[in-house]
Design a protein around this ligand. Structure first.
Ligand SMILES: NC(=O)c1ccc[n+]([C@@H]2O[C@H](COP(=O)([O-])OP(=O)(O)OC[C@H]3O[C@@H](n4cnc5c(N)ncnc54)[C@H](OP(=O)(O)O)[C@@H]3O)[C@@H](O)[C@H]2O)c1
Length: 331
C-alpha cells in the first residue's frame, strides 16, 4: 500500500514517517514523505500535483499551520493553510480514489467539557479561536469532498467499546469507495525543544536562576498526547483496512497545564518553587479552550491508547538528556 504523509518534517509528521516505515503494509520503501517546498500549504495546486505524481493509496495529511497564536493574528492565512489546503487535498485524494486521514484538533470544540467526560466525536463543535475555526473548516471541506465523490465518510466503529457506548460493529463486506478519516488529537508532546514539557523546563531553569517562582496555568485542562503513540494509532487504523469516520486519538489521563508542568519537573528532576495562575495572566493572541478534552475513541485492537503518564515516563530520558545539553551550553 502506497502511503504518503504531508507535513513529513513536522512533529507528528516525523513520528508518522518512522512508524509507517516499520509497518508491513508500506513495503520495503516505506511511506512517501511530502515536505516543503515539494508540498506547500500556500500553493493551491500542490495537492493535485503530488497526488497525481506519486499515486498514493492513502494520504495522512499532517501538514497544517499549527501555531495557534499566529493563526489568531492572521485568520485569513489560517483558513488558507488549514481549511482550503485540506479541501484541495481531500478533492485530489477522493478524485483519485485514494483514502485520506486528515489530522485535526481538540480546538474544534468550545472547551466547556466536563474533563471527566470530555467530547465525543459527534458532540457539537464550536471553535474558540481562529486556529480551531480553520481546522473545523478543513474537516468540513474534506467531508464535502468525500461525500461528492461517493466515498465512505460515515463512522465505522472499531473494537468492543464504541466511544458513545453504542454497540461496536464493523461494516459488512468490503469497503468499496475511498475512505475519509478525521483523526483529532491534542496537546502533542515528544519532540525535545518543540513541546510543552521542553518549554516548561526552559522556564523552570530561568525561574531558578532568577530565584523566582515558576507560574503554571491551572485553569486549562487537556489530554497530553505522545506523538509516537498518535502515529502508532494511525498506523493501526490503516492496518485494519476500514477507518472511515471521526477518531479521537489521545493518550489517557486529562490534566491541567499546571499538573502536567509539575509532572515534567518531577520526571526531569528539576526543583523550583511553582505558583498556580489563571491562563488570563499570560497575554496571548489566541484564547485557548478551558477544557477541550477529547474522549478517546477505541482503536481496532479494542485497546485504548495508554495513559499519558506512561508515555511521559518513556519520554523523560530524552528530555533529561536535552536538559543536560542546554544546561551545559549555558555554562
Ligand atoms: N501540536 C499540537 O499540539 C497539535 C494538537 C492538536 C492537533 N494538531 C494537529 O496535528 C497536525 C500536526 O501538527 P504538528 O504539531 O506536527 O505541526 P508542525 O510540527 O508545525 O508541522 C506542520 C507541518 O506542516 C508543514 N507545512 C507545509 N506547508 C506549510 C506552510 N505553508 N506553513 C506552515 N507549515 C507548512 C510544515 O512542513 P515543513 O516541515 O516541511 O516546513 C510542517 O512540517 C496538524 O494537523 C495540527 O493541526 C497538533
Amino acid at each position: 500500500m502506497r502511503v504518503a504523509v504531508s507535513g513529513a518534517g513536522g512533529r507528528l509528521g516525523r513520528a508518522l514517517v518512522e512508524a509507517l516505515g516499520d509497518a508491513p503494509f508500506t513495503g520495503p520503501f516505506g511511506p512517501i514523505a511530502w515536505r516543503r517546498p515539494d508540498y506547500d500549504l500556500d500553493d493551491p495546486s500542490a495537492a493535485a500535483r503530488v497526488v497525481a505524481r506519486d499515486r498514493p493509496d492513502v494520504v495522512v495529511h499532517a501538514a497544517a499551520w499549527a501555531d495557534v497564536d499566529a493563526c489568531a493574528l492572521d485568520p485569513r492565512l489560517a483558513m488558507r493553510r488549514n481549511a482550503e489546503a485540506a479541501g484541495e487535498m481531500a478533492r485530489a485524494c477522493a478524485g483519485a480514489g485514494a483514502d485520506l486521514v486528515l489530522v485535526s484538533t481538540n480546538e474544534v470544540f468550545p472547551g466547556d467539557a466536563d474533563p471527566a467526560i470530555g467530547y465525543g466525536p459527534g458532540d457539537p463543535t464550536g471553535p474558540p479561536n481562529p486556529y480551531g475555526a480553520s481546522k473545523l473548516a478543513g474537516e468540513e471541506a474534506a467531508r464535502a469532498a468525500y461525500a461528492a465523490a461517493g466515498g465512505l465518510g460515515a463512522d465505522v466503529r472499531h473494537g468492543p467499546l464504541a466511544a458513545d457506548g453504542e454497540p461496536a460493529s464493523l461494516p459488512a463486506g468490503r469497503v468499496t469507495g475511498p475512505q475519509l478519516a478525521i483523526a483529532r488529537t491534542a496537546w502533542l508532546f515528544g519532540v525535545v525543544g518543540e513541546d510543552f514539557p521542553s518549554r516548561i523546563l526552559v522556564a523552570a531553569l530561568r525561574a531558578r536562576a532568577d530565584g523566582g517562582e515558576l507560574a503554571l496555568v491551572a485553569d486549562e485542562t487537556g489530554t497530553p498526547s505522545f506523538v509516537a503513540d498518535v502515529a502508532e494509532a494511525i498506523v493501526e487504523l490503516l492496518g485494519a483496512g476500514v477507518f472511515a469516520g471521526t477518531h479521537h486519538l489521545v493518550n489517557g489521563g486529562p490534566v491541567t497545564r499546571a499538573a502536567w508542568g509539575r509532572e515534567t519537573l518531577e520526571l526531569a528532576g528539576v526543583h523550583v518553587p511553582t505558583r498556580d495562575v489563571a491562563q488570563a495572566s499570560f497575554a496571548r493572541a489566541s484564547r485557548p479552550p478551558r477544557a477541550a478534552v477529547l474522549r478517546p475513541t477505541p482503536l481496532p485492537s479494542g485497546e485504548p491508547m495508554r495513559d499519558h503518564a506512561l508515555a511521559m515516563a518513556d519520554y523523560s530520558p530524552r528530555l533529561r538528556r536535552w536538559l543536560a545539553s542546554i544546561e551545559e551550553a549555558g555554562r
